[in-house]
Design a protein around this ligand. Sequence first.
Ligand code: SIN
Length: 307
Amino acid sequence: MSNAHTTVGNAYSAAPLAQPDAGERKPYTLFDLKLASPIIGAYISGVDLSKPLSDAAFDEIDRALAEHTVIFFRDQTLTPEQHIALAERFGEIDVNRFFKPDDRYPQIAEVRKEAGHKANIGGGWHTDHSYDQIPAKASLLYARELPPVGGDTIYVNAIAAYEALSPGLQRTLGGLKAVHSSRHVFGANSRALAESDLQGRVLNPELATQDAVHPVVFTHPRTGKKALFVNPGFTVRFDGWTEAESAGLLAFLYEHHKRPEFAHRFQWKPGSLAIWDNRTTWHVAVNDYAGQRRLLHRITVKGAALN
Ligand code: SIN
């Protein structure tokens, strides 16, 4: 992507972004793929995910995930076992320590909000599990019960966010690492938990002891593309910097990262499945469906150490 437009914009207008550099993308031959936007996401049709995928079909799906950062499927009918089997194609399941698991399947984390609840899970911009020593590769979120309207999920592309920065800032960030933590979100002293009705849906504060240091710029192993790897949910500071010193640069990066051009807002329907690459996206669950129940099943898959 060109670095010609590097400002966040003035108060009223933003400079247009160049199209992302798609490189030498091979066509997809085993399913139909339609872009969700020029910059992030793709809708895949013509695949029944309840059936075992051939190696060739899985490889194309995995490539689509790497190239588009989040992929969406409609009209899938998945039992929990089929959801688990699909997730295992992407890698070993990274059992979430904090979300209440499904009663029968500990591999499945419940993303649940009842009609009487106020707080939702994932209601701030974040990257799942970035506090793990080895951050998760992907999450597979499947809709089980939805409000009649609302409860969308918004994704932003961390590769596009990185590519739109100036070469000077890219160089600076390339030399930095950042500290990520689960403590302030899921730990015993978490204000977010204490001041909300998430108790019972978010568990095990005593397990929120992770602090991990990761490069601020992640290079994707499949595409070689670089992505910005800091997020407002779990990043605490730059490694070797204080929180106060880090706050200004992180605030700039977060504001930049949230540009609407980098985003796609996904509207769930019964049978929808979203799979996102955790290393190259952020997401946020929109909490606009007061008085309605929403239940999705999430499985997160392990990745490899970031480089
Ligand atoms: C999550 O943060 O993984 C949940 C997203 C959602 O509920 O839409």
